[in-house]
Ligand binder design. Sequence first.
Ligand SMILES: *Cc1c(COP(=O)(O)O)cnc(C)c1O
Length: 376
Amino acid sequence: MVQAEAVIDLDAIRANTAYLAERAATRSAATMAVVKADGYGHGAVPSARAALAGGATWLGVSTVGEALELRAAGIDSPLLSWLNAPGTDFTAAVVSDVDLGVPSIPLLDDVVASAKRADRTARVHLKVDTGLGRSGATPADWPDLLTAAAKATAEGTVEVVGVWSHFACADEPGHPSIAAQIGVFHEALEVADRHGVHPQLRHMANSAGTLTLPEAYFDLVRPGVSIYGLSPNPGHVPAEALRPAMTLRGRVLIAKRVPAGHGVSYGHTYHTSAPTTLAVVPLGYGDGVPRHASSVGPLLLGGVRRRIAGRVCMDQFVVDVGDDPVSDGDEAVLFGPGDRGEPTADDWAEAVGTINYEIVTRIGARVPRTYVGAGA
Ligand SMILES: *Cc1c(COP(=O)(O)O)cnc(C)c1O
């Protein structure tokens, strides 16, 4: 083991995807594995390959840059990129068979211009805002977007492959907005039909939808965080069948005895209460360990669950291990699947007041990813 690493279990990603894809298949829906933000920190390309091996047939990313990175790695599955600013040049994406999410007429215009440059038909998925209040055409703007898309279709510059939307509160089962959004989506599909827009793929469900809302599977589901083995809302959205894929660990740089009353780390926000051993772990906020974890971040060290002592620094933090026999080079596990007694990403999220998504996604580029399992 190197001094710090994120170990990624590709078998877990494959098995998690297989579980989700089997659920989707009960309603004849296909599965798009979402690998944006470098596969939620797990590595986009290896995660994508593991998800495809598990039965996903589509991949989803935010930007065309992310999409082209997958294509450059030789991944040729259907691929959707949905978050691009107006003015983006989509020529390379169109040439590389990247489907494009389109929420507005200005973006459709950019796609049409790019399709003309590429001398190809661009494949688009029109996005309707059914209530999230984020991207997508509002129901009021939807007819105009459909009219523009139908015109571009007639000219041969675009093909409307999909119509899609995104939930606001699917991770809160029973939330009234869920049924309301599904209802608005059905209406938007009817409006599309009346405008002569007949998508092959209607899609709406994220991880929470895939785990709890078969009525929202439509033709395709788009799970992200669950592919990596995490629940979108621990305790509320069942994820027992999933296995967390990332383990974050580091080696103790130095373990040393200090006297009682010794200040620890910047600001001396922690003082030793007795003669004790301090262990320094080489992971800090420069690696994505939140500074909010100062004095609260959990870890497993020397077989015992402990907390960080004092401030998390850019490159390291300190643990007070008392009189336990911890030595230079020992392994400290910040989080993992939890079955060796280590904390989980959920524990970290709770300790620092965020969500598991942010814990894994922010693990920085300086931390090497070590891949284990088939395909590693
Ligand atoms: C990120 C994202 C997803 C996946 O969401 P999870 O909650 O991680 O499953 C699906 N669809 C869109 C549009 C997204 O941005």
